[in-house]
Design a binder for this molecule. Structure first.
Ligand code: SF4
Length: 298
């Protein structure tokens, strides 16, 4: 029997459906969740949305969700007839999330100051484990002195360090910036290549930096997964991944290509403004209804 289906069709009330969760006999949220976990067809947000659970009851599942989140958030494996519905609901949820994100953060762009791809490349390298605000302060002094790859390539890393010291990790960053600029000079006539595979070969340039440059400086469709995008997309359930690379793949598969770059900014801004790493403001979050984070505070 597919209880969710019967409740949705009006054949069963929520109370009767909960009473039929075999075989535990106790219809506590824990027992119900354990049963649902065993049947592998349970997803809280879907049940809330269908009216199968109230938000209050769904919240009561949190202790088990925290312990078994990976299992509980497996897509529902229904008995054939509703599999297509399941995909449709996932798609609807994604669209709903994107709509809310766009409504809240539409128009937000890269917070790093730059006027050309070279400046964005250097600013993005500097932004690792540093705030954009701090990077903007540093680059406001750095770029007038060193306006292009040739100027930075002529330096020794030690000579660059004093200019970027406040960004943190400055020794590594200075070395990578100088080496990257020398590579640009020697191989690309001082220009930043607009190609992902080429960019990630430059010292200090990983997937995130390459995607930021391609998206913001060259207008290409790209999703850069930084700490905010990783955290927020996995909390919301737009991705279910344990590393940034898998998160990027899943977001690219889930989000329409023309929205990749914008969605990247929306997720970053939501992470900055609402969904902080340690104390997310869930009570004020416009996405709380579709959020799958087991420890959300709403
Ligand atoms: S409900 Fe909380 S955890 Fe979920 S997206 Fe909103 S702020 Fe983040």
């Amino acid at each position: 029997m597919n209880l969710c289906y019967n409740v949705r069709m009006g054949f069963l009330t929520e109370t009767k459906a909960l009473a039929r969760f075999p075989p535990l006999g106790r219809h506590t949220p824990l027992a119900a969740a354990q049963n649902a976990l065993a049947s592998k067809r349970f997803c809280l947000w879907q049940n809330v949305r269908m009216g199968f659970l109230t938000e209050t009851k769904a919240r009561a599942f949190r202790p088990l969700r925290a312990a078994c989140a990976a299992e509980l958030f497996l897509p529902m494996k229904n008995d054939g007839s509703t599999e297509e519905e399941e995909k449709t609901m996932e798609r609807e949820k994604l669209e709903q999330c994107l709509e809310i994100l766009e409504r809240e953060y539409g128009g937000q762009n890269c917070a790093l100051n730059f006027v050309n791809p070279f400046q964005l490349l250097i600013a993005t390298i500097l932004s690792a484990q540093c705030t954009d605000k701090r990077v903007n302060l540093v680059t406001a002094e750095l770029f007038p002195r060193f306006p292009d790859a040739a100027a930075l390539a002529a330096l020794e890393p030690g000579a660059l360090e004093p200019y970027i010291r406040t960004c943190g990790l400055y020794k590594t960053k200075a070395k990578n910036i100088v080496l990257a600029c020398r590579a640009l000079q020697q191989q690309y006539a001082g220009q930043v290549p607009a190609d992902f595979d080429t960019l990630i070969k430059l010292p200090g340039v990983g997937r995130k930096t390459a995607n930021v440059v391609l998206s913001n400086a060259f207008g290409q469709d790209a999703i850069a997964v930084d700490t905010h995008v990783f955290r927020v997309s996995n909390r919301l359930g737009l991705a279910h991944a344990s590393n940034v690379e898998a998160t990027e793949d899943q977001l690219r598969a889930a989000i329409p290509k023309e929205k990749w770059s914008q969605a990247h900014h929306w997720l970053i801004w939501h992470g900055r403004m609402v969904c902080a790493a340690r104390h997310p403001a869930c009570a004020a979050c416009p996405l709380a209804m579709c959020c799958e984070y087991p420890d959300k505070q709403a």
